[in-house]
Design a protein around this ligand. Structure first.
Ligand SMILES: N[C@@H](CCC(=O)N[C@@H](CS)C(=O)NCC(=O)O)C(=O)O
Length: 202
């Protein structure tokens, strides 16, 4: 399998999951501005949405969207328990988290990045929204070690990938002690350490 990624982007989530699952894969860096891969290929010809993460399967099929990709990865290795079995309530609560992280965090973070000329008034609205969401997450992490409960799941890789964007914004999460402790703990996982290293982030 081949994962198309950009350093520190949301593609970090499937990158972590590929390592957690212990699957064979390679990574290909994408210049998202110019839609070119590191070897100069036209990324739009590979993945017409022009976005990472894009996973190219061994049969050359293309899979996009963080939530679909990480669920696909987890399903390749059910014995690793990276997602609860379909049909259990745990499974639906994990999907509930994936949806929340995607729509309430991921998409609200994107306009805060300096490359996007977002009007200041809208930035203020997004920061307020994100603080409410992150404060809720902090309250959940006060009760459980991982975002869906007692075990690390695909939702944690996604939450980690988007929460590590906080330092690139003006958000102050110093009072969210549970979220900060969680981020430090997740960073210690070998899969996360190795993914960050492979992406040139540490
Ligand atoms: N809906 C997509 C969004 C993916 C996304 O936002 N990717 C960003 C990087 S974090 C990207 O590729 N940005 C470049 C672009 O949108 O042109 C998903 O959930 O995977």
């Amino acid at each position: 399998m081949k994962l198309y990624y950009s350093p520190g982007a949301c593609s970090l989530s499937p990158h972590i999951m590929l390592r957690e699952a212990g699957l064979d894969f390679s990574i290909v860096k994408v210049d998202l501005m110019n839609k070119k891969t590191e070897s100069g290929d036209n990324f739009l010809a590979i993945s017409p949405k022009g976005q990472v993460p894009t996973l190219q399967l061994d049969n050359n099929q293309i899979l996009t969207e963080v939530t679909a990709i990480i669920k696909y990865i987890a399903d390749q290795k059910p014995e690793k328990n990276l997602i609860a079995p379909t049909g259990t309530m745990e499974h639906y609560h994990q999907i509930e988290w994936l949806s929340y992280i995607s729509s309430e965090l991921h998409q609200n973070f994107m306009p805060l990045f300096p490359i996007i000329a977002t009007p200041e008034a809208y930035i203020a609205i997004l920061m307020k929204k994100l603080m409410l969401r992150l404060t809720y997450i902090d309250s959940v992490l006060a009760k459980f070690p991982y975002i869906t409960g007692a075990n690390f799941t695909i939702a944690d890789s996604y939450l980690f990938a988007v929460s590590q964007w906080v330092p690139r914004t003006k958000l102050d999460i110093s009072e969210l002690v549970h979220l900060n402790a969680y981020m430090d703990m997740i960073k210690q996982r070998p899969s996360v350490h190795d993914a960050l290293k492979a992406e040139g982030l540490i």
